[in-house]
Design a protein around this ligand. Structure first.
Ligand code: PEP
Ligand code: MN
Length: 446
C-alpha cells in the first residue's frame, strides 16, 4: 500500500516525460473537473477479479492473452472494427485453451488505448515544424497546426468512445456472442479460404466433441461456456486523464484507476523516480510495466520495490519487449534477479516492439519470422531459467491489413502499400494473429 502522502495527483511533483503542453489552462481545468464527475469505465469489482486471475497466472494456472491496436482512433470506433477485433481475440483464446490446457485471461488493448509516447516532441515536414501526433486523446494526426495543437476536450471524447466500445463489447458478450457452442459467430466474412482454416476447424471439432461428451455425461449444458470475461487495458500515459478517473469506492479499500482494468507503464516512461511510476505506485489495479533491453537487473528490482512493496499476488506483470536479436542476452539476467528475490510477477512477452524496422519503400513493419522467433526464444529462456512465460502481448487487428510481412500468406515489402492503415505501429492481421496463437499452443508440448 502506498504511504498516506500518496494522492492521485502526487505525480505532479515528479519529473514527467511524454506529456503534452496544453495552451489554455482554464479549459484544461474545467475539462478535468467534468471528467472526474463522469461515470467510471470499469468497476473495482472487475479490477479485483482480474487481479485474482493474474495471481493465478503468476502461479502458472492461467495464460494471459493481451492484444489490440497500437493506437485506437476515434474514427475507428466503429461496430465492425470492434467486433472483428473481438472475433480474433476469441478465436485465439480458444486455440490457446485447447493447446495449453489452461484458462485464458482475455485482455483487450482497447476502450482507451488512445495516447502514444513518441520519440520526438516535434514533426518537421518541408521545413514546417509542428507538435508530434500523440494519439487521439491528445491531438489529431493531420499535419495542420489546428489538429496538432493538444486539445483537452479530446479527453471527454476519448472517455465517451471508450464507454461506447466497452458497452458494445459487454453487450455482445452478454448476448451470447462468445458462446463456445457457436464458434461460427466469430467467423470473419472477408477471410475466404485461409491456409490456417483447416487446422483451426479441426481444433474446433475437437472442442465441439469434448463439449458434447461432457454434456452427454452430465445430462445438461456445460455451464459457463456461453459467456467469457473480457478485460480492458491501455498505456496510462496521459496522467491528467488517468488522475481524473482515479477514485475511491465504497466497497474496496484504496484508490482505483477506473479508466481501465489493467493499465501499463510504457518503456519510455518507466523511470523509477518519474511521474508515471509515482502515479502507478498508488493505484490498486493490477499493473504492467514494459521492459526493454536497456533495463538492468538492479533497476528492475528497485522498480518492483517501488511499485509493489508488499509483493502482492496479482499486482505485477512484467512485459518484456526485447527483440528477437536481443532477447537471449537481455532476458536471462532479469529472470534470475526476479526469481532469486522471491518476487511474484507475471512474465509476458511482447514480441512486437523490439522488432520494428523500416523498409526501403518507407513503411514501418515487423517481420513475422522475428515475432515468431522472439516468442519461441522467450519460452525456451523461461524454461531454462525455471520461470514461466505466462502471457503474450500483441498488436493486432481483425481487419485484412498488410502491415507486418511474412506469415502463411508470405506478405512481402511490396504488399505493405496495399492495406496499411495503422497510424502508429504495424499490427498482425487476422491470419497472422491466429498463426501466432497456434504457435504458442504448440509450445505446451515442447
Ligand atoms: C506500445 O505498446 O505501443 C508501445 C509504445 O510500447 P513500448 O512502450 O514497449 O515501446
Ligand atoms: Mn505500439
Amino acid at each position: 500500500m502506498p504511504n498516506n502522502t500518496w494522492k492521485p495527483g502526487s505525480w505532479r511533483q515528479r519529473p514527467a516525460t511524454q506529456l503534452p503542453t496544453y495552451g489554455d489552462a482554464a479549459v484544461l481545468d474545467s475539462t478535468l473537473r467534468e471528467l472526474s464527475n463522469l461515470p467510471p469505465l470499469v468497476t473495482s469489482w472487475e479490477i479485483v477479479a482480474l487481479k485474482q486471475a493474474i495471481a493465478e497466472a503468476q502461479e502458472g494456472k492461467r495464460f494471459l492473452l493481451q492484444g489490440g491496436d497500437c493506437a485506437e482512433t476515434f474514427a475507428e470506433c466503429r461496430p465492425e472494427i470492434i467486433s472483428n477485433r473481438l472475433k480474433v481475440l476469441l478465436q485465439m483464446s480458444v486455440v490457446l485453451i485447447h493447446g495449453l490446457r489452461k484458462p485464458v485471461i482475455r485482455v483487450g488493448r482497447f476502450a482507451g488505448q488512445y495516447a502514444k509516447p513518441r520519440s520526438s516532441d516535434t514533426d518537421t515536414r518541408d521545413g514546417v515544424t509542428l507538435p508530434s501526433y500523440r494519439g487521439d486523446l491528445i491531438n489529431g494526426p493531420e499535419f495542420t497546426p489546428q489538429d496538432r495543437e493538444p486539445n483537452p476536450r479530446r479527453m471527454i471524447m476519448g472517455h465517451a468512445r471508450s464507454a461506447m466500445t466497452m458497452n458494445f463489447v459487454r453487450a455482445l458478450i452478454d448476448g451470447g456472442f462468445a458462446d463456445l457452442h457457436h464458434p461460427e459467430y466469430w467467423n470473419l466474412e472477408w477471410v475466404g479460404h485461409s491456409p490456417l482454416a483447416e487446422e483451426y476447424h479441426h481444433m474446433l471439432e475437437g472442442i465441439g466433441d469434448a463439449v458434447r461428451f461432457m454434456e452427454t455425461i452430465s445430462g445438461s449444458q456445460v455451464n459457463n461456456l456461453d459467456r467469457v470475461d473480457f478485460y480492458t487495458s491501455h498505456e496510462a500515459l496521459l496522467l491528467p486523464y488517468e488522475e481524473a478517473m482515479t477514485r475511491t469506492v465504497p466497497r474496496h479499500p484504496g484508490y482505483f484507476n477506473l479508466s481501465t482494468h489493467f493499465p501499463w507503464i510504457g518503456m519510455r516512461t518507466a523511470q523509477v523516480d518519474g511521474a508515471h511510476a509515482e502515479f502507478f505506485r498508488g493505484i490498486a489495479n493490477p499493473i504492467g510495466v514494459k521492459i526493454s533491453p536497456t533495463v538492468k537487473p538492479d533497476a528492475l528490482l528497485h522498480l518492483l520495490d517501488h511499485l509493489d512493496p508488499d509483493n502482492e499476488p496479482g499486482r505485477m506483470t512484467l512485459i518484456h519487449r526485447m527483440g528477437a536479436a536481443n532477447v537471449a542476452e537481455a532476458l536471462p539476467p532479469l529472470l534470475k534477479a526476479v526469481r532469486d528475490t522471491g518476487r511474484r510477477v507475471l512474465w509476458v512477452a511482447d514480441p512486437m516492439h523490439g522488432n520494428t524496422e523500416s523498409t526501403s519503400n518507407g513503411y514501418k513493419t515487423r517481420r513475422f519470422d522475428n515475432i515468431r522467433s522472439e516468442i519461441e526464444q522467450s519460452f525456451a529462456i523461461h524454461r531454462e531459467a525455471g520461470t514461466h512465460l505466462g502471457g503474450v502481448h500483441l498488436e493486432l487487428t481483425g481487419e485484412n491489413v498488410t502491415e507486418c510481412t511474412g506469415g502463411a500468406r508470405e506478405l512481402t515489402d511490396s504488399d505493405l502499400a496495399r492495406a496499411y492503415h495503422s497510424t502508429v505501429d504495424p499490427r498482425l492481421n487476422y491470419e497472422q494473429s491466429l498463426e501466432i496463437a497456434m504457435l504458442i499452443a504448440r509450445q505446451a508440448s515442447v
